[in-house]
Design a protein around this ligand. Structure first.
Ligand code: HEC
Ligand code: HEC
Length: 196
């Protein structure tokens, strides 16, 4: 195991590589893959690519569960099934711990439409999103952080739980979105992506 201290937050990729360089030989394939991960997901926890999630400050247990599900083909999505081929449980744990220490993504910095924000907030409270995802939507344990996540990815995920194309570790999210309308999902994604 290894730990990454605060300088990772400032130095980004350089620090990640420096830490990885200290890895034992068996982790070679992980070490080779890490830069690829952050080319898509963003080096500083924030993704710049459409429908690619930001990973910064994601609870380590949630990330670990998802990575295992990608590797074991329980959550089916290219490119992630491909990206996790051959990684050991220890590799996935190391990646999850690394990701949890990246800075949280910044919310969208446009001027939010107050009416849509109010609708999103009310829907979130009525559906108890904050009960599981925590009061600031920062996530905990196996429940992901939502605050500041990309709006397009939030919407894609909610729709995928609803039409059962995304399999969760358990059925909690399918039950949450089961009775919701698509307009509701749109407003929830709008609100969560702009949450300060
Ligand atoms: C080619 C771009 C690409 C690369 C390279 C890539 N990812 Fe991904 N990753 C994605 C996309 C796209 C998704 C969203 C899949 C979906 O919509 O279901 C994703 C999803 C994830 C998730 C789930 C996040 C969540 O909130 O549910 C994690 C964790 C993750 N990737 C970690 C990694 C790691 C670790 C690596 C390197 C081993 C990696 N990714 C490499 C594109 C990429
Ligand atoms: C009973 C607990 C619970 C409630 C209530 C709940 N969630 Fe979740 N949510 C989870 C869990 C657990 C996961 C991870 C599931 C998985 O493995 O895919 C999750 C995943 C998600 C994801 C995927 C995030 C990502 O990074 O891929 C989104 C988006 C989400 N929830 C939004 C919501 C919204 C919006 C609400 C309210 C309408 C809500 N959740 C209510 C437990 C809950």
């Amino acid at each position: 195991m290894f730990s990454i201290e605060g300088n990772l937050l400032k130095a980004g990729m350089g620090a990640i590589l420096a830490v990885m360089a200290g890895f034992p030989v068996c982790a070679q394939s992980l070490q080779e893959r890490v830069p690829t991960c952050f080319e898509c997901h963003g080096e500083k926890g924030q993704s710049q690519l459409p429908e690619v999630p930001s990973l910064g400050a994601q609870p380590a247990l949630y990330t670990l569960v998802e990575l295992v599900m990608f590797r074991d083909k329980l959550r089916l999505t290219e490119p992630m099934n491909q990206q996790t081929v051959g990684l050991s449980d220890g590799d996935l744990r190391a990646l999850s711990d690394m990701i949890a220490k990246l800075p949280a993504p910044e919310p969208i910095s446009d001027t939010p439409d107050p009416a849509r924000m109010d609708r999103g907030r009310a829907l979130a409270q009525a559906n108890r999103c904050n009960f599981c995802h925590q009061s600031n939507y920062q996530g905990v344990e196996n429940v992901p952080r939502l605050a500041g996540q990309r709006e397009d990815y939030l919407l894609k995920s909610l729709r995928a739980y609803k039409d059962n194309t995304r399999r969760g570790y358990d059925a909690q999210m399918s039950e949450v979105v089961y009775a919701m309308k698509d307009d509701d999902l749109v407003d929830l994604a709008y609100f969560l992506a702009r949450l300060k």
